[in-house]
Design a protein around this ligand. Structure first.
Ligand code: ATP
Ligand SMILES: Nc1nc2c(ncn2[C@@H]2O[C@H](COP(=O)(O)O)[C@@H](O)[C@H]2O)c(=O)[nH]1
Length: 190
């Protein structure tokens, strides 16, 4: 793969589970035609999720066969994203988005510097718990996730991203979309 052109951007949407990352990546796709880079996971699909659209769903064995730019264990499952998928998207589009935990966001910022536009979504613990429960997440899995070290960690911006990311509080979806729009403008993406 060649070196990506200077003007290519990857919008890295991060924050704790349930803060609205996927909602915003769908908004970028639907409103601005900015595609989302699909990542790989060993967790089972939720109701309505489809292989090759929401994730590439993997077994533990098939997950290990791929080559990843970064991979993490999150609340008992593996997740990983590939450089090849991003480069393929960049062949067709100048900007793409990706939804990852804060460890993944640090990896993208370290690798791509200014090309990686990191948006950290913040929601308070009580609200995010309510939203995940309304999303229909299984009660036991939800309890495990909310109590996981990864989830608690991702409620705050990590030291490595301080001053290097945009922070948006996702209290109200319309305000969040307006703030995302401002980020796109200031980064000259749209
Ligand atoms: N501002 C908002 N107000 C109310 N509900 C919201 C808001 N933003 C997102 N939601 C809802 O909250 C739930 C979680 O959002 P979403 O799935 O986008 O989060 P996520 O960060 O991608 O989660 P995960 O990391 O677990 O995949 C969804 O049901 C979504 O519709
Ligand atoms: N570092 C990475 N994080 C990823 C990747 N794909 C998804 N994620 C993040 O994992 C958690 C859990 O996701 P869920 O769909 O089970 O709720 C969430 O924060 C995702 O953003 C990846 O490839 N790398």
């Amino acid at each position: 793969m060649g070196v990506p052109r200077m003007d290519k951007k990857i919008i890295v949407i991060t924050g704790a589970s349930g803060t609205g990352k996927t909602t915003i990546s769908k908004h970028l796709q639907n409103t601005y035609h900015i595609p989302s880079v699909i990542t790989h996971t060993t967790r089972l699909p939720r109701d309505g999720e489809k292989d090759g659209i929401d994730y590439y769903f993997e077994t533990k064995d098939s997950f290990l066969k791929n080559h990843y730019l970064e991979k993490v264990e999150y609340s008992g499952h593996w997740y990983g994203s590939s450089e090849e998928s991003l480069n393929k998207t960049w062949e067709e589009y100048d900007a793409a988005s990706i939804v990852v935990d804060t460890q993944g966001a640090i990896s993208y910022k370290e690798k791509y510097g200014k090309k990686a536009v990191v948006i950290f979504l913040r929601v308070d613990l009580e609200t995010v718990t309510q939203r995940l429960s309304q999303r229909g997440d299984d009660k036991d899995r939800l309890k495990m996730r909310i109590n996981s070290e990864e989830f608690r960690r991702d409620l705050e911006i990590p030291a490595e991203l301080q001053g290097k990311c945009y922070e948006i509080t996702n209290d109200n979806i319309e305000n969040t979309k307006k703030n995302v729009n401002k980020v796109l403008k200031s980064e000259e993406i749209k």
